[in-house]
Design a protein around this ligand. Structure first.
Ligand code: BJW
Length: 247
């Protein structure tokens, strides 16, 4: 027998969604879980690499100590990501960008699946696994699927590293400032598939709420942000977000 969906979207959220002009969406690893991308803190292949917890291998210290090991870890993950496709949650968010006057998507994800679903003008808070960056001149280079990536910068000759924000590193210059500005402008803020423990990204819904946005969390589990949300929709993003399509 097919599973009966019991998610209840309140009349208030329906009304706000129907009339909204400026919508914010903060996404995390959970939005890609139904596409087959492991989350960080729910177990799976992203949590440990060759015996090292991800916050050790994905760290600024490791880039200094052993850059080839960092590349090996990111090359491995890019290969796993390459065939994966956006799921109904990514597709619904991309449709919101067509529907609303302004819909800003802040993502902590580096997998590129929002863009594959058609999202545009993303604020990529933690960078992209599909780019490399020069250690010295910071020039950025796209890494195409199936491409043998370069190790050195064609501009200055120094070594390249993944263009991803690792633990202990600052976000890309201006990214958080832009995100925080946008967060103050939204009427409705969705927080989708993030454990909301990594800052400063997890601070964006708090900024939005303080500025008057109605904040709605979509997650199978409660998070430290659940308590400040106006509405918590408990379940998978790929099942819940499409329920708003007809609103
Ligand atoms: C579903 C689902 C489905 C499952 N549908 N949902 C204050 C105190 C202490 C430390 C700090 C602090 N402020 C800042 C820091 C340091 C640190 C930090 O926040 N640490 C905390 C852990 C405490 N922050 C930083 O280092 C940041 N930089 C910074 O602050 O610079 C200034 C500074 C410099 C030096 C020192 C101190 C400050 C940068 C953070 C960059 C994070 N980078 C990573 C790794 C990227 C590289 C890689 O991929 O390897 O980014 S960490 C990892 O966590 C990744 C993610 O983007 C990020 C967030 O995780 P996310 O997306 O929330 O995933 P999960 O797995 O945690 O959660 C998945 C959720 O989905 C769960 O809730 C599930 O229930 C749910 N779910 N299926 C919907 N179908």
């Amino acid at each position: 027998m097919p599973e009966v969906l019991t998610h209840v979207i309140s009349a208030e959220l329906r009304e706000r969604f129907a009339s909204a002009k400026n919508v914010l969406v903060l996404t995390g690893a959970g939005v890609s879980a139904e596409s087959g991308v492991p989350t960080f803190r729910g177990g799976g292949k992203t949590a440990v690499w060759k015996g090292m917890p991800f916050d050790v291998v994905s760290s600024a210290t490791m880039v200094k100590r052993d850059l080839p090991a960092v590349w090996e870890w990111f090359d491995y993950r890019r290969k796993l990501l390459q065939p994966l496709q956006p799921n109904p949650a990514h597709l619904e968010i991309a449709r919101w960008q067509e529907r609303f006057e302004q819909c800003t998507v802040f993502t902590q994800n580096i997998d590129g699946l929002h863009q594959k679903a058609g999202s545009r003008d993303m604020i990529e808070l933690h960078g992209s696994i599909w780019r490399a960056r020069c250690l010295t001149c910071h020039a950025q280079f796209e890494i195409l699927p199936d491409e043998v990536r370069d190790d050195t910068c064609v501009d200055c000759g120094d070594r390249l590293r993944p263009d991803v924000v690792l633990f202990g590193e600052m976000l890309p210059p201006g990214a958080f400032e832009l995100a925080a500005d946008r967060a103050t402008e939204g009427e409705l803020c969705f927080v989708v598939g993030t454990s909301a423990i990594v800052y400063p990204a997890a601070g964006l819904p708090e900024i939005a709420r303080a500025a008057g946005a109605y904040v709605c969390e979509v997650n199978p589990e409660r998070t430290p942000l659940s308590g400040i949300c106006d509405e918590v929709l408990t379940g998978k993003a790929g099942e819940i977000l499409p329920l708003l399509a007809g609103v």
